[in-house]
Design a protein around this ligand. Sequence first.
Ligand SMILES: [Ca+2]
Ligand SMILES: [Ca+2]
Length: 412
Amino acid sequence: MRPRLVHVVLVVLALAAALSLAACGGSGGSAERTVTATETAAQVPPEAARPGGGLALRRVGKFDRPTYVAGAPGYPRLLFVVEQPGRVIVLNGGKRVRRPFLDIRSRVDYDGAERGLLSIAFPPDYQASGRFYVYYVDKGGSIEIDEYHRMSPTRAAPKSRRTVITIPHPVNANHNGGQMQFLGEDLYFGTGDGGSGGDPPNNAQNKDVLLGKLLRIDPLPAGGRPYTIPASNPFVGGAGRPEIYSYGLRNPFRFSFDSVTNPQEPRLAIGDVGQNRFEEIDYTTVAAARGANFGWDAFEGFAPYEEENSGTPDPGGTTKPIFAYPHSRDGSCSVIGGYVVADRSLPSLYGRYVYADYCEGQLRALTPHLRRAGDDHKLGLAVASPTSFGEDDAHHLYVASQIGPVYRLIRK
Ligand SMILES: [Ca+2]
Ligand SMILES: [Ca+2]
């Protein structure tokens, strides 16, 4: 079947301003953000994007508040779409498999705002091991990562669940982080600062708590513990929780690894959602991110943070973003970190970092450099309320819209 190219309409919705998965600025827990996108979606034209310069969006399906898209190593025909209420849908060769890959809605606290099922991750040995991981907010409001096993390539074994880690997140419903990525055997995942606005307890700078951090574990159990701490984690010897890899993050809702720019030296790209003024992209080598302090809540983007629940004094030695943009840029509110494009069928984008903003909806790309980004521009493609980018096992790039559609970026 010939791929269906979608001509679309940019839908700038009141919805976009009303809620943000990743949490726009503003104080208070997000319990007040109760708009349900699924209700609104019915009133909205189903497709959303317009042809860009040599690029287009091909719709691959419509889902219930998709929060993530991923492929599984060894299964290039499969695409997994994570739905925030608690299901994982699988597409096989582009066709949706009727039965969900996984349904954990009964375990997931989905509040119509930021809580819910937020990502899935498959380890490099997935084809042989069949194990995979899900990140969600549980019924107690805690961040939880569970391991499951596969029953067949398109079906998880629902009773195979094993809790890997639970991180209390008791005070506010916003800023839950949510991204997991494997690099080798190690599972990296980002947690939010615990919510509200301005990080009232200053969790992000506190190395004794697991909130506002990039964490790194080997999720396999050992020695009676549900996971293993990599021996080279920066605070293994004390001075902080041993799970911490980097700190000083507000809500690293989406992050990815870049193995394109220099395969010998993998890099980390974090979209760290800002408070009321700036959104930022952090980009550094994975090696340099070890023990790095990304600055929140002493800094928001490049600027000192001195607003509500005031920032902590400049601790010195923070890792600056390579790029930040103000909320005044076309009504932006929350960066949605993306990927350094590894899809060789997209030559105009190969090696560039594609990202978006949840409220603005324009897909954008910049050239990532370790000190400063270059050539940031719009791609001429828009998606209503983008929640996430994702890659399949063949490195195709996808973007999910909160109102339902998931698109693949293709060459026009
Ligand atoms: Ca603070
Ligand atoms: Ca920062």
